[in-house]
Design a protein around this ligand. Structure first.
Ligand SMILES: [Zn+2]
Ligand SMILES: [Zn+2]
Length: 242
């Protein structure tokens, strides 16, 4: 028995979300697949939010959020709507010891981003503040960025953006408070930014809610000489409402 076959006999591949056995590694079982709200149809070209209806003439379409809050970036994609197993996987990657999820999630992100990738793109994650980095040990966005870079062959600069000061958590804040909370919170790495000047940066995060963090990142990068920014997330939270 070859080593790999032996390992597979002892540890047969399990579903990413449950105990069910699956055909191959890094896969979901049928039930968990059905509870994964992948974006498959019409979606906002700016943030990836799934939209009702069908694409007719390939015209650029935007969600109400992006029409109401103009984004300082060009295009955006999401793997899934925030809910079901998308939410579960994002939380496990962020808070639990499931760093292995960065690989399948990164693969799905690379696939979702395919229509908006450009040859000059550089991948950069949204940074964690150092003390949250210490507590949480890993920046989940940098793990995702590394995997996307591996799959796409694009360069990854994990510390292109840095936290300028500690910003209180965004959780539980209203939309305006989220945007206020983040102004001046990020800065470009003084020794890395030259590599990205005049180029297109793909800014990676796990979740987009209001878009305030991604907007702060895009504005910081463009002010530092980056030509254009697009965004890519695992899950897009639909905010709805007025
Ligand atoms: Zn499952
Ligand atoms: Zn949108």
């Amino acid at each position: 028995m070859r080593m790999q076959a032996l390992v597979r006999a002892i540890y047969p591949p399990q579903c990413l979300c449950c105990e069910a056995l699956v055909e191959q590694d890094f896969a979901l079982c049928g039930a968990c697949w059905r509870d994964m709200p992948f974006v498959t149809g019409l979606a906002c070209d700016t943030c990836g939010l799934p939209l009702p209806g069908v694409e007719d003439d390939g015209a650029r379409i935007q969600c109400d959020d992006c029409l109401r809050t103009p984004r300082p970036w060009a295009r955006g994609r999401a793997v899934a709507a925030y809910g079901g197993n998308a939410r579960r996987m994002v939380l496990q990657l962020k808070h639990a010891d499931r760093l292995d999820l960065a690989r399948p999630l990164g693969d799905w992100m690379a696939r979702a981003a395919a229509p908006i990738l450009t040859p000059d793109m550089i991948i950069a994650p949204v940074p964690l503040h150092w003390f949250r980095l210490l507590r949480r040990r890993a920046n989940q966005s940098a793990l995702l960025g590394a995997r996307i870079a591996q799959v796409t062959g694009l360069p990854h600069i994990p510390d292109l953006l840095l936290r300028a000061r500690h910003t209180p958590s965004q959780e539980g804040r209203g939309r305006d408070a989220r945007f206020r909370n983040l102004s001046g919170a990020l800065r470009a790495h003084p020794r890395r930014i030259a590599q990205a000047q005049g180029r297109h940066v793909l800014l990676v995060d796990d979740v987009m809610t209001s878009g305030a963090t991604l907007a702060a990142g895009a504005e910081t990068l463009k002010a530092a000489g980056v030509a254009e920014v697009s965004v890519l997330v695992v899950a897009r939270v639909s905010q709805g409402g007025p």
